[in-house]
Design a binder for this molecule. Structure first.
Ligand code: BGC
Length: 487
């Protein structure tokens, strides 16, 4: 035990940069909410069951399997479509206040439009929601977590301005179906990842790789679609349903690397002017960064009741001569004109997916507080990847350090009201297939029953939720998981 604490403290001292060491036993604020998250394509499976139609991940993984690291797909995944009762049991074991999951558009609307509603899909989400509510676990629902119906992709997906209507119609139907019980709605999970990785690069479906063009077209439409859902909820549903609705951004922390020279802390030119100038110089007839009209800006302004924040990693950034011309032209990276990298010493564990930089999280939360007038924040994702195994001490270290950094920000005034781990259980990690594991519960993919087994980190998270403190003296152990919710 003492070896563990010494190791933990020395690691902590090594990664702690820019803020002080803290004492043990720190308290979370009264009413603070704890949850865990997943997303439909990553856990549900049942890809073509009971009337569900094809989405862009089904399409891509079936047509080109080996662009995924282990040539896998989400056809079965964690099989949550059939195992939702066990999932709720896990939420009860942990003592979650809420569970964040997403709805599969193509499961409920097989044509992509509201002309046909697939009752089996509705039943699935009703069953899940009702089972959670039976045990006072609040549903937090993401409307879009990356699994666009394939038919809509064939019509251009997020690059087609009509998607603002399509998505609005879908959102309205979800509020009608589930809004009597769902009080937390997330419109879009990570617009930047959807647009940059899927339209401007090959890192996510649909892998359009339309660099410097596709991501900007997508960006405009996805923001307008988000705003459409917000206004629909605000005007048609909030008065009777009384929930909140917001967007979740993935924000990394970018720390200027002074050694490599950095002189871009404050942009000298508004971003749209800069891209317009570059576009003209590159021979385009108009700016690649499609503009929003003043009316569209007004339509989007204020359309998030709180700040939904996903955070995983930090980078060091620099700008010097080596950066210019080092990226594809045109591209978002070239428009940005910064170099970025991570330090090897930030790495713990076998996966190089998540580097441990808690001070980056603290700096990000501080920056949001200072620059955006201290908005209410829900951390809607934060988590650590491993390669599997139940003894996940590295994940425990990660969670403790990140929660500690978050408590620092709260102590200094940040209005953070909720924290969500990614993830409740192992799931399909997009282009990495099943090679990266983020779960508090391990899933055995070799077993058709997809058994879920709590990792050591699950016992730690349970203790944090029980005690509502972060106690570095607590030594988590793998024992028998129990349900202590009185039911
Ligand atoms: C996404 C998740 C993903 C996680 C880990 C987040 O950006 O929302 O779907 O599994 O990162 O990569």
């Amino acid at each position: 035990m003492s070896r563990y604490i010494i190791l933990l403290l020395s690691f902590y001292a090594a990664v702690c940069h820019g803020h002080k060491l803290r004492q043990n036993g720190r308290q979370f604020p009264e009413g603070f909410l704890f949850g865990a998250a997943t997303a439909s394509y990553q856990v549900e499976g049942a890809w073509n069951e009971d009337g569900k139609s094809e989405n862009i991940w089904d399409h891509m993984t079936h047509n080109d399997p080996c662009i995924i690291k282990d040539c896998s797909n989400g056809d079965i995944a964690a099989d949550s479509y059939h195992k939702y009762q066990r999932d709720v049991e896990m939420m009860r074991e942990l003592g979650l206040d809420f569970y964040r999951f997403s709805i599969s558009w193509s499961r409920i609307m097989p044509t992509s439009f509201p002309d046909q509603i697939n009752q089996a899909g509705v039943d699935y989400y009703n069953n899940l929601i009702n089972e959670m509510l039976k045990y006072n676990i609040e549903p937090m629902v993401t409307l879009y977590h990356w699994d666009l119906p394939q038919k809509l992709q064939e019509l251009g997906g997020w690059a087609n301005p009509h998607i603002v209507d399509w998505y609005g119609d879908y959102a309205r139907t979800m509020f009608q179906l589930f809004g009597d019980r769902v009080k937390y709605w997330i419109t879009i999970n990570e617009p930047y990842q959807v647009c940059y990785q899927g339209y401007g690069d090959v890192l996510k479906a649909p892998r359009l790789n339309l660099k410097g063009i596709g991501e900007y077209m997508c960006g405009k439409n996805i923001l307008l679609a988000h705003a459409r859902a917000y206004h629909i909820y605000d005007e048609e549903f909030r008065p009777s349903q009384g929930g909140i609705i917001f967007i979740s951004y993935s924000a990394q922390w970018y720390e200027p690397d002074t050694e490599k020279r950095y002189r871009c802390c404050r942009r000298s030119q508004p971003v749209h002017e800069k891209v317009a100038a570059k576009s003209a110089a590159q021979g385009f007839a108009r700016s690649r960064l499609v503009e929003l009209s003043p009316e569209e800006v007004e339509y989007i302004r204020g359309t998030s009741d709180i700040f939904g924040l996903n955070h995983y990693v930090s980078f060091l950034v620099y700008r010097n001569e080596s950066v210019y011309g080092s990226y594809d032209i045109p591209s978002f990276s070239d428009d940005l004109e910064v170099g970025l990298y991570q330090k090897n010493e930030w790495l713990i564990g076998e996966s190089d997916f998540t580097k441990v930089v808690p001070w980056g999280f603290y700096n990000l939360l501080t920056k949001i507080r200072e620059d955006y007038n201290n908005p209410t924040i829900f951390i809607t994702e934060n988590g650590f990847a491993s390669r599997g195994g139940l003894n996940d001490d590295d994940r425990i270290t990660y969670y403790r350090l990140y929660l500690d950094a978050m408590l620092d920000a709260i102590a200094e005034g940040s209005d953070i009201r909720a924290y969500t781990t990614w993830s409740l259980m192992d799931n399909y990690e997009w282009m990495y297939g099943y090679t990266e594991r983020f779960g508090l519960y391990e899933i055995n993919y070799n077993d058709p029953e997809r058994p879920r087994t709590p990792r050591k980190s699950a016992f730690m998270y349970k203790e944090i939720l029980r005690s509502r403190t972060l106690d570095f003296n607590f030594v988590p152990e793998i024992t028998t998981m129990t349900i202590d919710d009185g039911h």
